[in-house]
Design a protein around this ligand. Structure first.
Ligand SMILES: [Zn+2]
Length: 71
């Protein structure tokens, strides 16, 4: 894996999101647990409810920023 990809994944894992939790029945803070898949249009993440510890998949539709390198 390339360095910029690794850094991107680390940035994804660093944050938290306010998501609707089925188990809690309301919006709760979810921590990024794992990056499942990186698509051109976004990133699929495994999210972890910080209140009830339920895990869920979540699609982050922020496109990965890729720097075009021209040598
Ligand atoms: Zn929950």
């Amino acid at each position: 894996m390339q360095d910029d990809e690794l850094r991107f994944l680390e940035e994804q894992l660093a944050g938290t999101e306010l998501l609707a939790c089925v188990a809690c029945g309301e919006d709760t803070l979810h921590a990024h647990l794992e990056v499942l898949e990186v698509y051109p249009v976004g990133t699929e993440l495994l999210m972890h409810c910080t209140r009830c510890q339920t895990e869920r998949k979540w699609m982050d539709w922020t496109p990965p920023t890729r720097q075009e390198q021209s040598n």
